[in-house]
Design a protein around this ligand. Sequence first.
Ligand code: GLC
Length: 562
Amino acid sequence: MRRIITLCTILLLFSIGHSKPNAKWWQSMSLYQIYPKSFKDSNGDGTGDLNGVKSQLNHLIRSHIKAFWLSPIYPSPMVDSGYDISDFLGIDETFGTMEDFEALVKAAHDASLKIILDFVPNHSSDQHEWFQKSLKSIEPYTDYYVWHKGKVLPNGTVTKPNNWVSVFGKSAWTWREERQAYYLHQFAEAQPDLNYENENVVRAMKDVLRFWLDKKVDGFRVDAIQHLCEDVRFLDEPLTGNSNPDDYGYTDKIYTKDQLHTYEIVQGWRQVLDEYQDKAMMMEVYANLTMTIKYYVYGAHFPFNFGLISDTNRDSKAADFKRVIDSWMLNMLVVDGPANWVAGNHDRSRLVTRYGLERAQAVTVLTLLLPGVAVTYNGEEIGMEDTWISWEDTKDPQGCIAGKEGYEKASRDPARTPFQWDNTISAGFSTNPNTWLPVNKNYVTLNLAAQKEVRNSYYSLYKAVSALRALPAVREGTLTTSLLGDDVLFFARFHEDSVYVTINFGNKEETVDLSPFIQPYNQSDIRLTVYYATINAHHLIGTVFKDIRALKIPASTTVIYI
Ligand code: GLC
């Protein structure tokens, strides 16, 4: 085994995940997000469904995925593509039946895949029976939602309680004549916020978790958790200086985000999970690092790490990527939780569109080879690109609220189009030429079937690098990160074996010296095999370098050595 020199000034050596006895399945899984409307349509109606998912489990297995998470599949008017739920305990008929769901759980487990559901606790649909009864003040539902009589101005007019703004833009309050009150919605008007000050709501939502755990799901991805509770004094939030009161950025979210009560509710959900065996809870949280990490302490198995989404882009320097990695890993030393890396999801522009091809590949390698959990949004494994969607075809409420002039900037539809399986009709996603969102025209060449045939494709990179996750060094090795000049990020994973990665983010060739990281160093006996190099996606498996003091890394290239 090669010994490692730790040069404290330039290296950060983490021992996270090192040889943990009794490691749990969620600690080092490759997790795949399925957006059910767009994954695979089994009945030709143009929208994906559960039987479609079941028919494609082999793709997950071949891609070394260990668990998959389904975005919402519950009954919904689909104002927010299923994130507006009208029955927390059912299956929307577009996706199939409860029997289809049970068959999917069984098929997943038979294939040793874990299945994770989206738990959406912040709000329901306004069509949910609870809201309809709350509107009419029918007990016990009267206070299931956040109602407010409004502010009475000196001239007697009743107006909105305060200046809170919805995430999708415009006021977070909507008036209902029936109830003579405003209700709060941190998202669309059709998504009224549940009231966690009400113990009946707290209990009812715990029962939702139990319902699906009894159906043998393996865990939950918890939606929009930072918005769960609000400060009940309902005070105005401070202004940020943004002059548009309809913009989410108009106020500083000190009363509508990251409230202590939210963390306490999460603790309660963890107790529910612990009534069962081996269940996992992961949080979708967009907050600063401190408020994000705090979820580890309050019972989440992990909050998603969105550093690669929020803090890096096509202009970031190698040091920016290193900062994102090191800051998360330093926190792992404190909370002893599994790290995780998320680079894309259904709310963000596709990786290739956001970063450009070469950088997207580098980021894919980072997510797959850094310690802990790797998260992949369906389609990123083949490098799908954002699809231009016309105003007429726009479905996303965030796009619709922005209007014809602003929708292109706001809409999340471009990252949600159907999965490109092959070059047949509707990219093999559906037999129907009319799909719920249009298929990207590039499917003729950019599709899974074509990429399987080609050694230098995005999918070949994804699959080959995913295979490395079985190595002890990647599964449970330590992590070292270092900057080799302004443009090159180096990291290594060490266990009994070693994996080394150099990423040249710059636009000219760099020569790097890896000798400080590898011992014993002797020019004649060091053999570093290039496992993969992404030179415009060229695949160089098998090349051997001897002089590790002067390795050449071409511009915009990631090289993995073993
Ligand atoms: C989460 C989902 C997003 C949805 C929002 C409201 O952020 O990822 O798609 O619109 O919650 O439920």
